[in-house]
Design a protein. Structure first.
Length: 386
């Protein structure tokens, strides 16, 4: 039964870009006198930042609009996410970068870390050296040291302090938020579905930067609405539409063309298996330990990004998501020149096909619209095989 339902987040930004809602939040924090730290990756410890009364802001950009400007400096065959981010900075058109008082980067990819060198003179910047063999015994110790070094950078830059007790409080706040997010995300696993990817993306995008106390009422209301949809027999999408799990590189902005093509082809996206989707909320941080910074290090090193090696956690996490959301097909989205995700796609495809018997499609794309027709043809063929 398809009927009109109230959006999960019903405010002046409903139906608009989710970035506008988050930007308004950051501007409000700025008016309150808060400092803002721009971050480029999910490995940045948001709990430490919040414990120091600083607000984190995501800086990665997903627009094709600034690619041409970026290519006056960067090579054309570089990841579009890096080019877009850099293009926004050199054209002074990124409000998130503009509102940030300091920048935190992580060595998750060679292209990003060299781009960081080009922007380090613009704002106070700290680059975190991420251990990329997460199962080695030294990894947690090294990442713990790096988080403590970040803490000293923030202390010196903003003249603020954070005790271990304040960090512990931030950890518990995140865990409460993640528990609520998992409760909301669980509704995406219903069959038939009661929610589409746009509304789930709105929730995940907002939750990245907002603490648990601030987003509690939004999530409570969203969960209540989802329960009412389920009870009323509401169905999102066409009857018996193929269910799709989308994995791979982070997707936002112009890259969401892939999501749109899947829906236009008659599919329903039930799982967003990326750091821009459900992944940040999958696990909790251990509470009440002797060293909350070490607890942060242990949790963040469990994020299964393709920069890690070996990255078996990505496959075990995919199995968990397949078992939970029961997709009929898997789509792996790789941004052009993102070599680690591109190479890892082979193992992902084998895992989906051999271990779970699911049709699999690898898509390599950028932020332009030039390949939409080709994408539509390939996605339609995939869904026909379900």
């Amino acid at each position: 039964m398809n009927t009109t339902v109230e959006p999960l987040i019903n405010d002046e930004y409903t139906g608009d870009l989710p970035t506008k809602r988050v930007l308004a939040y950051l501007q409000t924090k700025r008016k309150e006198g808060k400092k803002i730290a721009g971050v480029y990756c999910g490995y940045a410890p948001a709990e430490l930042i919040r414990a120091m009364d600083i607000v984190p802001a995501t800086l990665c950009a997903f627009s094709n609009a600034t690619i041409e400007a970026a290519e006056t400096v960067l090579p054309a065959n570089l990841c579009p996410l890096i080019k877009s981010s850099y293009g926004f900075i050199i054209t002074d058109t990124c409000p998130f970068y503009g509102i940030s008082d300091a920048v935190i980067g992580e060595t998750t990819c060679d292209g990003k870390k060299k781009m960081f060198e080009l922007i380090m003179d613009r704002k106070p910047t700290y680059i975190m050296d991420l251990p990329q063999l997460p199962d080695e015994k030294e990894a947690v110790a090294n990442w713990t040291v790096m988080i403590r070094k970040l803490q000293k950078f923030l202390e010196a830059t903003f003249n603020v302090r954070a005790t271990d007790e304040q960090i512990e409080d931030a950890i518990k706040d995140t865990n409460r938020k993640n528990a609520m997010m998992r409760k909301a995300i669980a509704f995406a696993a219903l069959d038939p579905p009661v929610v589409g990817w746009k509304e789930m993306y709105d929730l995940t995008f907002l939750a990245q930067g907002v603490n648990g106390a601030e987003i509690k009422s939004v999530l409570s209301e969203a969960i209540e609405k989802l329960e009412k949809r389920r009870e009323a027999g509401y169905v999102y999408g066409p009857d018996r539409a193929p269910r799709v799990l989308v994995t791979g590189c982070p997707i936002a902005g112009d890259a969401q063309k892939v999501f749109n093509v899947i829906e236009e082809a008659g599919g329903v996206i039930v799982a967003l298996d990326a750091c821009s989707g459900f992944k940040p909320y999958a696990t909790d941080i251990e509470e009440d330990t002797d060293d909350p910074v070490k607890a942060l290090a242990e949790r963040y090193l469990k994020i299964p990004c393709s920069c890690m090696t070996p990255n078996a956690r990505r496959l075990t996490e995919m199995t968990r998501m397949i078992d939970t959301f029961k997709p009929d097909a898997v789509v792996d989205v790789v941004l052009q020149a993102c070599h680690s995700y591109n190479i890892e796609s082979h193992k992902v495809g084998e895992h989906a096909q051999k271990n779970h018997g699911l049709p699999f499609l690898k898509i390599v794309t950028d932020f332009s619209q030039s390949d939409v027709g080709q994408l539509r043809t390939r996605v339609e063929a995939l869904l026909e095989s379900c």
